[in-house]
Ligand binder design. Sequence first.
Ligand SMILES: [Zn+2]
Length: 178
Amino acid sequence: MSDSRFAPLPDGAAMPGNKQVRSPSVGFVRWWRGAWACLGALWTLPNTLAGSLLGLLFLLLGARVRWRGDLWAWVFEGVPWRGPGGAITFGNTVLCTLPSLDTTCRTYAHRAGQCIEPPVSLALHERAHVLQYMALGPFFLPAYLLCGGVSVRNVFERAADRYAREQRGWWPFAAPFP
Ligand SMILES: [Zn+2]
């Protein structure tokens, strides 16, 4: 026997009075993600400060900046850099030489001639680096350089390409991250 007053409501169903109910697990996941993001941002703050200083200099030279909540990063676009074009991430900042980060790029494996892959989202590639920075904090740059720097051999770059392609797998090693 069931009593309709206590019948479980599906997630997000409307309650009398138009109030929405959320499953406690959804609330916990959001809380956990928010806590992880805050701790990660604090952990990688020295990198973010370095990137922000560089970004501020480029602002004076014509770059633009905007906050991208989907990337958890301040994105500087139109950075007037004469070296190889593209984007570079420092903590929660991304410096992009292109007019917009919302474009595609070739994967490292494709550029190295190891395989033929379709272009991937540059913004998602950099989002993976933001997540890597938030996980490793001040150890990210030394680890990145030890793994080969800007190279197809670098597991951080391969993971960022995988994340841009599949929206998962930003962490280049086994546990603890999915
Ligand atoms: Zn990269």
